[in-house]
Design a protein around this ligand. Sequence first.
Ligand code: BTN
Length: 268
Amino acid sequence: MSRVDGVFLDPNAMVPRLTTYYIGRYLEQAWIVESTQDEVRRRATEGAPEGLVIVAERQTAGRGRKGDRWFSPAGSGLYLSLLLRPRFPDVMLIPLALGLAAAQAVDAVSKHRPDLKWPNDIMIGDRKLGGVIAESQVQEGQVLFVVAGIGINVSDPVEGWPPELASTAASLGPDVDREWLLPELLNAIETNYEAVKTGQSAAMLAEYRKRCPYRRGAPVLITSGDGVREEAKALEIEADGSLLVEMPDGTRQRLYGHQVIGMRIETR
Ligand code: BTN
């Protein structure tokens, strides 16, 4: 079987490395799905437990944030979705906790030390290595569950990057083993998610801020929702996971993920 067709991840290689209590203890693999987000959502409505993970070798309609597609060819990426059933108010911190976990897992298995671009892009320099999407099911103001999806470009696609990604995407390189990366990722997710769950997110956020150069003066292009764009200045990532910015008129605002169109690094 070639990398173009995909290679099933070997549970015997992964399970001994998994130290979690519940994240990834139910783990299913699929060859091809439209999106692992849909698979986990369906399982969530059937009553699947918190911590269920579905990994796909290839996705035909992988979803990114802001309506983008996530390029998901076989053999080169890690594409997974995870079911969370948070019973705490700080759900906004979940994507940050997961993005940090992805960066920490990359530290463990490669020579790379990714940055985080608020809220949850995993970056190598100015190229995107991976991303996190969190889709919540809400009923009468209550979050019933969150389906969190993570995509990481492990090696360059066998058939190359599509032109629109060729100058913006990064991968870890051919030496990185997905069977090592996945358990490291799940271990780090459980640690960070537990920190949020138990109200001890301060250390997790401090770690996040260290890896996030997109603050303290970085220009942020924002949208007010009615198409109006403005450039603000990032100040800090707040305790609730929002981004505090200074607006052109000097006022301060807290921003949430969907309000930000783009960010650049100006200061480190
Ligand atoms: C982003 O836009 O940065 C988020 C990308 C998230 C991609 C992952 S791949 C696994 C899971 N299934 C999807 O359809 N999307 C997420």
